[in-house]
Design a protein around this ligand. Structure first.
Ligand code: MIG
Length: 697
């Protein structure tokens, strides 16, 4: 059952697709207080006393474990390249937790501003959730054991939903509230090669040739900012790509798709189409005085499209047409937290500060302050108070949708509350960016996907860096600038179920690590995990060791693992679709199924994958095997590359399994099966009708 608690005048984030009636009783479990912050403004704080063994799961894209108790997290979309264990914010704001206590429940805090989740960090037995103001929709999901809401007439109707644990039911009910997850085109489940620094056709062609020569399947390349003209969105560098269309179709004939990047900021340059259109129609975010806000990003000075303004969104979404017309059928949206290198105001202040110390003797504090000045100019939250979003047209459109019976997730009362939250202007409504920061990237991606549906009859691939719950309906996410670290492989493993709980099924990390120099063994272990993530992309920064799969020697070892991914695609696709249709997770913690086994709550490096499998990736350096815990008897299947080399029933309990660097272990659950096809050089050439089955009857 879902209950909705309305506090103050919440902004309509469009995270939910069902309009739940207002609950008049107080939110149970939590003490609710109004507090005053340092600026004298009111905010809401919810507190709950935790028992020693209570656990907290969820929060999507964040560092830390599957159980996040003990840490503090801040939902505030941030361009964060150091994904250390102590980082409190990454690129997303996924305000959903699954609480395991005396009463299990799900809680979704739907508010577009900053939210601080103190999960027993300040006081180990106290959970507090602090909002940045007094306005939010809070959804409590509990008592889901009776009627499962997700009994869908779906074409994969072989699910036994009655056997789901309460955790799974809570998550499913939440997922039903926020709407079905995005389904990418099938080719997007293939292997994607990427690197910041592929400049021209010959770079891509050379890599493709190596992949083909070495029998490594591949379906797509990402194109990073290098393909553009001076980092201008919706342009192509003519020097490098004199015949871009020809190149796109040449690659497509090879079964390879190109996925260009689109950045949020639009370069300020006379004569540049997107800039001029945006200025002309007033589609950019404005300062308080009405001047277009200027922010430095890749292209130099830019304006930020006002993605919260539906008119501006439509325009920006339509701008992708330039590339779609050239045969492009996939995109990744970057820098949409939004990431900022500097604001003019911030830069000015920084210089003033620095110059004030010129020729003076520095004490130790000043030395540190000075060193930090230019670092803090980038992605400075203070800049978020300098610009505004115009909601006038958006609200008109929402009212129209309600009148036409097309609105989901909000009614007239919600609109009125939202209008009260906003600042009234002469012609309508506006809001300062910091108050709605977390839905910026969401709206960029929504804008694109909504227009893609008009622009193309084909399904288009889209994934984004920043996100908010609700965005999972419009595209996938990659988890940003990780590093070539063993710890980041483990983080990838632990993050997948949390992302799935929040609806993000088409997701994955930069395999091999974005920053840093990847070593051979790390890459092998990483691809052996990423073959299970729907978004499977090898991506790296320009200044790191080249990490395409033929760069490490022993190429056949890499090739075999990628071919296994392709062999698994019938299973991956079917389980993905089942997860979408039934609002379930593809990656599940073990306790989602084996909830009565106390042991499994501690296990975070083994995951259930779809209905049939348990996966047990090797995430440790120099390991030639690992310990696994089997909550029941299972069939152990070990692949060397894409060939089965071991296949035996193992009983419940602890085992050590040997796993060489070119091997992939998995377990088939009792009464379940795994369907495999033969591998091919790309998804287009897979024969999905000729399947081999490995079953554990
Ligand atoms: O400031 O486009 O996360 O994947 O390669 C860096 C260059 C901007 C950040 C993305 C990364 C991408 C990079 N971008």
């Amino acid at each position: 059952m879902i209950r909705r608690y309305i506090y103050g005048n919440p902004f309509i984030t469009e995270a939910v697709v069902k309009c739940i009636e207002k609950e008049n009783n107080a939110l149970p479990y939590f003490v609710t207080e109004k507090k005053i912050n340092d600026n004298g403004e009111e905010y809401l704080k919810f507190s709950l006393n935790m028992k020693r063994n209570d656990m907290i799961f969820g929060l999507g894209e964040n560092v830390g474990g599957i159980n996040k108790r003990g840490k503090e997290f801040i939902s505030y979309c941030t361009d964060e390249s150091g994904h250390n264990e102590d980082k409190r914010s990454l690129y997303a704001a996924h305000n959903f937790i699954l609480y395991k206590g005396e009463n299990n429940f799900g809680l979704f805090v739907d508010t577009p501003g900053k939210v601080v989740w103190d999960l027993g960090f300040t006081d180990s037995n106290l959970l507090t959730i602090s909002l940045s103001d007094v306005n939010a929709n809070i959804y409590l999901i509990e008592n889901c054991s009776a009627a499962n809401p997700c009994k869908d007439e779906n074409r994969f109707g072989n699910d036994n939903l009655e056997s789901s644990s309460e955790y799974e039911k809570i998550v499913s009910e939440f997922r039903e509230l926020i709407g079905k997850s995005y389904v990418p085109p099938f080719w997007a489940l293939g292997y994607i090669q990427s690197r910041w620094g592929y400049n021209e056709p010959k770079d891509f062609k050379y890599i493709l040739e190596e992949y083909r020569k070495n029998n490594i399947p591949i379906d797509a390349f990402c194109m990073d900012i290098d393909y553009m003209e001076e980092y201008e969105d919706f342009t192509v560098n003519k020097k490098f790509f004199p015949d871009f269309e020809g190149f796109v179709s040449e690659m497509k004939n090879e079964g390879v798709h190109l996925i260009p990047i689109i950045d949020a900021g639009v370069k300020i340059k006379e004569g540049y189409k997107t800039y001029e259109e945006g200025v002309e129609s007033e589609y950019f975010c404005k300062e308080e005085n009405g001047k277009n806000f200027v922010v430095g990003v890749w292209p130099g000075k830019t304006h930020m499209p006002d993605f919260l303004n539906r008119k501006a969104s439509e325009w920006f979404g339509q701008s992708y047409k330039f590339l779609i017309d050239k045969g492009i059928d996939g995109f990744w949206n970057d820098m949409n937290e939004p990431a900022t290198f500097y604001s003019e105001q911030g830069l000015k202040k920084a210089w003033e500060y620095v110059l004030s110390f010129k020729d003076k003797e520095l004490d130790i504090y000043n030395v540190f302050n000075l060193r930090g000045v230019f670092n803090s100019v980038a992605n400075n939250p203070e800049d978020h108070k300098l610009f505004y979003h115009d909601l006038t047209e958006t609200l008109k459109d929402m009212r129209k949708e309600i009148a036409e019976g097309k609105a989901t997730g909000y009614d007239l009362e919600d609109i009125k509350r939202c209008e009260n939250f906003l600042e009234k202007t002469e012609n309508g409504f506006r809001v300062r960016h910091d108050k709605v920061h977390n839905v910026f990237g969401f709206n960029m991606t929504k804008a694109a996907m909504q227009e893609f549906e008009k622009l193309s009859s084909e399904k288009i691939l889209l994934f984004s860096r920043a996100s908010y719950i609700g965005m999972h309906r419009y595209g996938g996410i990659w988890t940003g600038d990780n590093c070539s670290l063993w710890g980041h492989l483990l983080m990838n493993v632990k993050m997948m179920p949390s992302l799935n709980m929040c609806g993000f099924l088409y997701s994955g990390a930069d395999t091999g690590g974005f920053g840093g120099h990847c070593q051979k063994e790390l890459m092998e272990r990483w691809i052996a995990f990423s073959i299970f993530t729907p978004l499977f992309r090898n991506h790296a920064a320009w200044d790191t060791r080249e990490q395409e799969l033929f760069r490490f020697g022993d190429i056949e070892e890499f090739a075999g693992i990628i071919r296994l991914r392709y062999r698994l695609l019938p299973y991956i696709y079917e389980e993905y679709m089942k997860a979408v249709e039934n609002n379930k997770c593809l990656f599940k913690p073990l306790f989602f199924e084996y909830d009565s086994d106390e042991r499994v709550y501690e296990i975070e490096d083994q995951l259930l994958y779809g209905d049939s499998l348990m996966i047990t990736p090797v995430v440790c350096e120099n390991a030639r095997g690992r310990m696994v815990y089997l909550p029941e008897e299972m069939l152990f299947v070990k692949f060397k590359g894409d060939v089965v080399v071991e296949n035996k029933v193992m009983e419940k309990g602890d085992h050590y399994i040997k796993v060489e660097v070119d091997e992939v272990p998995l377990f088939i659950r009792k009464g379940k099966e795994l369907k495999l096809c033969e591998s091919a050089k790309c998804t287009k050439e897979l024969d999905m009708n000729n399947l081999t089955t490995i079953a554990f009857k």
